[in-house]
Design a protein around this ligand. Structure first.
Ligand code: PH4
Ligand code: ZN
Length: 305
């Protein structure tokens, strides 16, 4: 069944676990996420970005997710990830999304508040929950203290942002970034900042850019020809700590992409005579599913559906 992020995340906040938001772009990625959720008996957030919509089409992707939701016994939300503007949000609301993110994190504070507030006014009357973002997900390693302060979420501003916008969840910046190259040196997240944000903010907190970039997947992809030198993600113990400090939604995309790519490369390399897409994409879907299942166990959402 399709439910809102608000419903999933308030339960997670009460239970001190996190719900994974997994990005999908096609049938295989959706099947991987849904089958994992069913096997793990886990609530799940199916996340779709504007660029995924451009690739797969809003109607096709929405129909696939709705069909999945009608046929599985776990609660699932259909979430717009990194919505850029009111028009995109409007289209997703009309299509039946149960949750939307509006990402005004690149805007000055007051403009971010105004845009986010506008989306809350559109979404809440339809019973759809809204995630806002404050602070930017830029790499922070080589930045000065002043530069870091500009990029990472300010706890006082976070409290004000949530009060004035009415968002149901807040994405925060504590040192993560999107993609497979998150750190050059030792991985480091600003847990002190997360604690302070938690004290100022009541709504569920969201961690974007949370892929761990498992070395075994990098090794497998590299063995079959990928070039991924320097790829590094968020260690699993950092994820556990973030959940203990109040993160209740965790966004994962890169780890699924890596699992997909490593497996497609492996199949093509080992079975050069194979040209049936199902024999190539099927194993890739299974590899993504195993990654999603492992995340659900790590986040503590397994068995919570
Ligand atoms: N996301 C995924 C964003 C994907 O435009 P696009 O579809 O390429 O955008 O919101 C994440 O936070 C993923 O984090 P990760 O890269 O660590 O998996
Ligand atoms: Zn993100």
């Amino acid at each position: 069944m399709l439910v809102t992020n608000k419903e999933l995340l308030l339960a997670a906040k009460r239970g001190a676990y996190a719900v994974g938001a997994f990005n999908i772009q096609n049938l295989e990625s959706l099947l991987a996420v849904v089958e994992a959720a069913v096997e793990e008996k886990s609530p799940v957030i199916v996340a779709v970005t504007p660029s995924a919509i451009k690739y797969g089409g809003l109607r096709y992707l929405t129909s696939l997710v709705k069909t999945a939701a009608e046929n599985v016994p776990v609660p699932m939300s259909l979430h717009l990830d990194h919505g850029e503007d009111v028009e995109t949000v409007q289209k997703c609301l009309e299509a039946g999304f149960t949750s939307v993110m509006i990402d005004g994190s690149h805007l000055p504070f007051e403009e971010n508040i105004a845009l986010t507030r506008r989306v809350v006014e559109l979404a809440h009357p339809r019973g759809v929950s809204v995630e806002g973002e404050l602070g930017r997900l830029a790499g922070v390693e080589e930045k000065t203290v002043e530069e870091r302060e500009k990029v990472l979420t300010d706890p006082d501003e976070a409290g004000e942002f949530v009060r004035r916008t009415g968002v149901d969840a807040l994405a925060v910046s504590i040192g993560t970034s999107h993609g497979a190259y998150k750190f050059k040196g030792e991985p480091k997240l600003d847990f002190e900042r997360l604690k302070l944000i938690r004290e100022k903010v009541d709504v569920p907190l969201v961690l974007h850019g949370a892929s761990s970039v498992p070395q075994w997947i990098i090794e497998k992809a590299t063995k079959y020809g990928a070039e991924l030198t320097g790829a590094k993600g968020i260690p699993e113990d950092h994820i556990r700590r973030a959940i203990m400090l109040g993160i209740t939604k965790i966004n994962i995309d890169t780890d699924l992409r890596l699992a997909f790519t490593a497996t497609v490369r492996e199949v093509l390399a080992n079975q050069p005579k194979e040209f049936d897409p199902r024999k190539i994409l099927g194993p890739a879907k299974e590899a993504m599913k195993e990654v999603v299942k492992a995340k659900m166990r790590l986040f503590g959402s397994s068995g919570k559906a």
